[in-house]
Structures are given as structure tokens and as C-alpha cells.
Design a binder for this molecule. Structure first.
Ligand SMILES: [Zn+2]
Ligand SMILES: [Zn+2]
Length: 342
């Protein structure tokens, strides 16, 4: 009952350092109860890194969190989004309208634009991927339709004023923050680093509790990109990490190592599952995640499995089993599910 949970949760703000505040905003997702936005003082206002998701009452949670830190939305001088997932940029349009400020985000946000422009097409694509991966369609369709009925999570179309690419700097009272492109979790992902204080706003690239997710279908090898992005962040030598979910943490290198280890473990499990067998992505899920698949997490788990398969295919560990050619008369969505082998 995620919606009930979100009503009980309230937006909260707290000071992390002088001039830097954590805004903890509720989410309607099972297992992910809230996300963080970060407000950093700048002159008589603040720069807002990430925004929380748009929902019917979400702006009041942001207002409440800011109020706890003696700030108002109208004082936002700039909105910077770490990536184009709804929990990080969903309220950007509302904030920009109220504060009259700019929003900066990485240009590779096509994965979100599709959701705004044509949610039905996104649903159809998800179902097509699921079907190709061997998932029984009915429960998945129900879940996807319910999700779309709950709204896109975005207040309005993203109209960025500036492309947040590598090297772009953002001025604040705590000094300049530098953008580093860190694709993998999402093609639009960037981390922001403040070099003098060694602070890292890490979005969903590094999280307090190590957990992985990769957007499937927008780049050839999201897992490979994610691993390269870990190298990028490791070289920065951050001392305090401000993640997109959960608490701040200081053992940044341990988190990076933990992410590498977890990816390596997942890849081994996927490859082992395919040793001497031909399986669909759906059939691989229990080998990697045990008995956890449900309509609520199917899209999430499948995206990850498909990304692991794409990576193993790139480095030469697995291959697609050539299927029977689709009959000329068959409609889209009727072919055999795709199978993989080691
Ligand atoms: Zn994300
Ligand atoms: Zn997130």
C-alpha cells in the first residue's frame, strides 16, 4: 500500500553543514520511502540540487522541508538535476515557475521525455520488452497501467536552460561545484563535486545503502558505463557523499568498492545461470535475486538482468540463442521470447 505510506511521510529539512541542507521528500514507491534534494546557500537564496517527485501534494512537502531550514521555494536561484528520473527532476517545472529560476540537466534525457510525451508508448515498450523476456503479461500489464494511472511523476515538460555536461560549474556560498558525467544508472546521470571541501552530490550513482539500477534500452552497455563512472568518481577523492536516497556517508571509497563487488557478483550469477542452459531474462531472475519477483518489481529486476546480459554480450560471456524467424503473418508481440546462453 505505497500510497498510504506516502501520506504518512512528511517532507523534512535538516542542516548538514553551514549553508548546506538535506531535504528529505516522500516517495510513493515500495522499498524507497523517500529521496533527497540538497539546498546550498547562494547569496540571498539557494541552489537546489534535485527536486523530488511530482505528486498531488508533493510541493507542500518541499515547502515544509525548506521551511524547517528557513527557506522558501521563491528563493531558489537555480535548479540542478543529477538525472532525469522523476524523483530527481519531477518538481522542476513547478519550482522554476514559482522562483523564476533556471533548470540545468544533462542533455541525454530522452528516457524521460518519452514518459511525458507518450506514457502509453512507454507502457507498450515495457510490455514488449517483458514479453520478449518471457514474462507472463497479464499481472505486469495491470501493474504498469496502475502506475501510469497514478501519474507520470513530472509536473511538466523539462525545458532545460543549460546542458549540464562535464566541466559545467555551479556557484554557491560553499564554492563552485563541478559537473562530472556518470552514466550507467541513467544515461543523463551527473555527479557534482565541490573540490575544496571534497563534497560529492552523487544522485543515484552512489547510494547510502548499496543498490543498483540501470536504465535499459537507451545505450548499448549501461553496466559498462556504470563501472567507468565509478572510476571517474573514485579519482575525485570525495570526503562526504550526499546521495539521492538515504543518509550522507564519509566512507566513499568503501561504497565504490562495494558497488564494484556487487556488479561482479551479479554478472557471475547471470553467467552461471546460463552455463549449459538456454534461458529467458525472466527465467534468469530467480538465479540472481531468489524468489523475489513480483509485478511491482518485475520491470526493475528485468531492466537490470537485461543490462547484465548486454554487458556480458559486449565482453563476450553470453550470447542470444538464434530464434525461429518470425512468420511474415505474425503480428508484433507474437514472436518467441528471447533466450540466452553462456
Ligand atoms: Zn534514479
Ligand atoms: Zn532516485
Amino acid at each position: 500500500m505505497p500510497d498510504v505510506v506516502s501520506r504518512r511521510e512528511l517532507g523534512r529539512g535538516e542542516r548538514v553543514l553551514h549553508g548546506l541542507f538535506r531535504l528529505r521528500l516522500p516517495l510513493p514507491w515500495p522499498g524507497v520511502p523517500h529521496c533527497n534534494a540538497w539546498a546550498v546557500k547562494h547569496g540571498d537564496g539557494f541552489v537546489l540540487f534535485d527536486t523530488g517527485m511530482h505528486q498531488p501534494d508533493s510541493i507542500s512537502h518541499l515547502e515544509r522541508a525548506l521551511e524547517m531550514c528557513n527557506m522558501r521555494i521563491e528563493q531558489a536561484r537555480l535548479v540542478v538535476c543529477t538525472h532525469a528520473h522523476t524523483d530527481h527532476c519531477g518538481q522542476a517545472a513547478s519550482i522554476v515557475e514559482r522562483a523564476g529560476c533556471e533548470v540545468w540537466i544533462h542533455p541525454n534525457h530522452a528516457h524521460l521525455d518519452r514518459m511525458i510525451e507518450d506514457p502509453d508508448a512507454v507502457l507498450a515498450k515495457r510490455l514488449e520488452i517483458a514479453r520478449q523476456s518471457g514474462v507472463p503479461e497479464a499481472p505486469l500489464r495491470r501493474e504498469a497501467e496502475q502506475r501510469i494511472a497514478r501519474g507520470s511523476g513530472i509536473a511538466g515538460p523539462l525545458e532545460p536552460h543549460r546542458d549540464l555536461v562535464a566541466g559545467v560549474t555551479i556557484a554557491t556560498d560553499l564554492g563552485e561545484w563541478v559537473a562530472y558525467e556518470t552514466p550507467g544508472h541513467a544515461p543523463s546521470h551527473v555527479c557534482l563535486f565541490q573540490p575544496e571541501r571534497r563534497l560529492l552530490i552523487s544522485g543515484d550513482h552512489l547510494l547510502g545503502r548499496i543498490s543498483l539500477y540501470f536504465d535499459y534500452g537507451y545505450s548499448p552497455d549501461p553496466v559498462g558505463e556504470f563501472m567507468s563512472s565509478l572510476d571517474v568518481v573514485e579519482r575525485l577523492g570525495a570526503r562526504l557523499c550526499l546521495p539521492g536516497h538515504g543518509r550522507t556517508f564519509t566512507d566513499v571509497h568503501a561504497h565504490i568498492r562495494g558497488n564494484r563487488t556487487l556488479v561482479a557478483e551479479r554478472l557471475v550469477r547471470v553467467r552461471e545461470a546460463l552455463e549449459g542452459r538456454e534461458l529467458t531474462a525472466f527465467e534468469i531472475v530467480p538465479h540472481v535475486y531468489g524468489d523475489t519477483l513480483s509485478p511491482q518489481n518485475a520491470h526493475w529486476l528485468l531492466s537490470k538482468i537485461l543490462c547484465y546480459l548486454a554487458h556480458l554480450q559486449t565482453v563476450g560471456g553470453v550470447r542470444r540463442v538464434p530464434g525461429a524467424p518470425a512468420r511474415a503473418s505474425s503480428r508484433e508481440g507474437e514472436g518467441e521470447p528471447e533466450r540466452w546462453t553462456a
